[in-house]
Write a protein that binds this ligand. Structure first.
Ligand code: F6P
Length: 324
């Protein structure tokens, strides 16, 4: 392997830049050439590459987003699109790539590897933490801190007006963000897809909370929650059944994906970049780099994509006790 490409793909997450920096500098350290691919797989198809050296990634470790831009390429899902990407990589004499992204990006890399026997390595980058084979994905820790800070602010206004707030947080189909920020910000109730609380129990819990002397309440709702109502319908439902509450809704949205990465994410990104490039150099391919028991680890792409990332149910109990 002499030339390695690096790209970011799917939804961006804080720490992606730190990972790009790490991949580029690890390549330089080992005497390899490194090329940045713009706009994920779409840029790969179009041959949108730029040679990067140690200095081209200066001053980005602390930046949110991704300097290489990201995309969800529909064309790469087709055989023709992947053929174009392969031709572009061959033309530039690139002989391996590292993709920083989520499970969709890994599925693409895995198929590409099967079709062209092309060396690929993955770094998990998503705020959702929904990937099997790593306890933390890049950007998850930063997102938790961003959301906790936002909820602390919502709490200020909620308590000034004695209001109940439903705060919707991201996470796609999993409740990692909701569960952790719920405990971290002291939410009265946490609704996650992994456990359907049900509307009756929600009302019961809110009544208990009111009776225990609380004047305001925060309910954190994961966007993938399965209670059967969205946050706005929940507001109407609760106002209908509990006159004592004045309810507001706050959907935090994409601000959760932005911002300067936490120290944890910067360190994780640096470690993952080193591991990804050095694994390629030892002849490994088709793996995702991950964090397990504070050590770098490799998980085959097919397992990373198929496996389920489990949430920590102990936190639900902790939350119940804390909101007594
Ligand atoms: O996967 C990251 C994520 O931010 C999810 O939490 C959310 O469901 C989704 O991406 C939003 O995607 P889009 O960028 O297409 O709005």
């Amino acid at each position: 392997i002499k030339k390695v490409a690096v790209l970011t793909s799917g939804g961006d997450s804080p720490g992606m830049n730190a990972a790009i920096r790490s991949v580029v500098r690890t390549c330089v350290f080992h005497g390899l050439e490194c090329y940045g691919v713009y706009r994920g797989y779409q840029g790969m198809i179009e041959g949108d590459f730029e040679k990067m050296d140690a200095r081209s990634v200066k001053g980005i470790i602390n930046k949110g987003g991704t300097v290489l831009k990201s995309a969800r390429s529909q064309e790469f899902r087709t055989k023709e699109g992947r053929q174009k990407a392969y031709d572009a990589l061959k033309k530039a004499e690139i002989d391996a790539f590292v993709v920083i992204g989520g499970d969709g990006s890994f599925t693409g890399a895995m198929i590409f590897n099967q079709e062209f026997n092309f060396p690929v390595m993955g770094i998990p980058g998503t705020i959702d933490n929904d990937i099997f084979g790593t306890t933390h994905t890049l950007g998850y820790d930063t997102a938790l801190n961003t959301v906790v800070e936002a909820i602390d602010k919502i709490r200020d206004t909620a308590s000034s007006h004695n209001r109940l707030f439903f705060v919707e947080v991201m996470g796609r189909d999993v409740g990692h963000i909701a569960l952790n920020v719920g405990v971290g910000a002291g939410a009265e109730e946490i609704l996650i897809p992994e456990e359907d609380l049900g509307l009756d129990r929600l009302l019961e819990s809110l009544r208990r909370s009111k009776q225990s002397g609380k004047s305001s309440s925060i309910v954190v709702v994961a966007e993938g929650d399965k209670i059967g109502k969205n946050v706005f319908e929940l507001k109407d439902y609760v106002e209908e059944h509990m006159e004592e509450y004045e309810v507001r809704v706050s959907v935090l949205g994409h601000m959760q994906r932005g911002g300067s990465p936490s120290c944890f994410d910067r360190v994780l990104a640096s470690r993952m970049g080193v591991k990804a490039v050095e694994s390629l150099l030892t002849g490994k391919s088709n793996y995702m780099v991950g964090l397990k028991n504070d050590a770098m680890d490799l998980t085959p792409f097919d397992q990373a994509v198929k496996g389920k990332s489990k949430i920590n149910m102990e936190l639900l109990r902790v939350s119940d006790i804390m909101t007594i």
